[in-house]
Design a binder for this molecule. Structure first.
Ligand SMILES: [Zn+2]
Length: 286
């Protein structure tokens, strides 16, 4: 065994102690092989365990079945056209009035009532959900958490959350709490944002929405932020948005979907407006 091999063995041994599986897997988006510290199964289990706490952090789901069904149907249509279909996706609108959207590892996606309130048509909602599915598909959220927490702390947290014993309930809850806190303050890198936009654009177009919705939404949010930076501080913290990001999205649409017209009328705008009114009605006060 040479030095390099023994280093690898040592690393694998340490990770095994932490309850992590080391695997070289193919990134479903890029097709490149990469080192994944957690398995898809662990990823799903993290999302499932953290889901309820995460939901509560954003004031719980909007109590309106019609709105939840609407958001879920748009999300699942996009999923049918994404690169990683084997996850238990779930889409929910939460009551927080602060504009934001999140994707937990494993496919739980949340959009706040406050973000829906900023939109003017259905394709903009499809753009947000498509962008979040993009983060899940390229595993940005798992990698981002690992980067933010450091491999050691991340490893401990995954081990806590994945422990199978009933007696480990307190440890599991501790892991989930750490995870939620980390997720809320996690910042995606700019390259992750460009890639999530570009994936969202692709999934939108494949599902029948005009991908110009992505450009429209980014322009609206950037203009809002220029006018009143504090209103979008949290969203910009997680998903950095610059004029370069808007320009990149514009270029992707123009290059890949030249037939997509800007400013096209939304055939479902009536339904969208009804759903938006429900989101605003149930949003918690700022
Ligand atoms: Zn993002």
């Amino acid at each position: 065994m040479n030095h390099r091999q023994s280093t690898w063995m040592l690393l694998a041994g340490c990770l095994a102690l932490l309850g992590l599986s080391i695997a070289c897997s193919v990134n479903p988006v890029t097709g490149k092989r990469e080192l994944m510290l957690i398995s898809t199964e662990q990823e799903v289990s993290m999302g499932l365990q953290a889901g309820p706490q995460f939901e509560a952090q954003f004031d719980g789901p909007v109590p309106d079945e019609g709105l939840q069904r609407y958001v879920s149907e748009i999300g699942m249509k996009l999923v049918a056209n994404c690169d990683r279909k084997d996850l238990p996706y779930e889409f929910k609108c939460v009551r927080s009035a602060i504009p934001n959207a999140f994707a937990l590892p494993g496919g739980k996606v949340f959009v706040t009532a406050g973000l829906i309130a900023c939109m003017s048509n259905e394709r903009q909602l499809a753009a947000v959900l498509g962008h979040e599915i993009g983060h899940v598909n390229a595993r940005h959220n798992v990698k981002g958490m690992q980067r933010q927490m450091g491999s050691e702390l991340f490893g401990k947290m995954v081990a806590q959350m994945a422990s199978g014993q009933e007696a480990d309930k307190a440890e599991k809850a501790k892991g989930a709490a750490q995870f939620v806190a980390g997720m809320v303050t996690m910042k995606y890198g700019r390259d992750d944002e460009y890639q999530a936009d570009s994936l969202g654009i692709k999934y939108m177009a494949r599902s029948g929405w005009n991908p110009q919705g992505m450009v429209e939404l980014l322009e609206v949010l950037l203009a809002m932020h220029d006018k009143e930076p504090s209103s979008l501080e949290e969203m910009f913290q997680t998903h950095p948005l610059t004029s370069k990001r808007v320009a990149e999205a514009k270029e992707t649409v123009a290059k890949d979907f030249p037939q997509a017209k800007a400013g096209e009328a939304d055939p479902n705008v009536k339904t969208f407006d009804q759903m938006k009114a429900k989101a605003i009605q149930h949003a918690t006060k700022l």
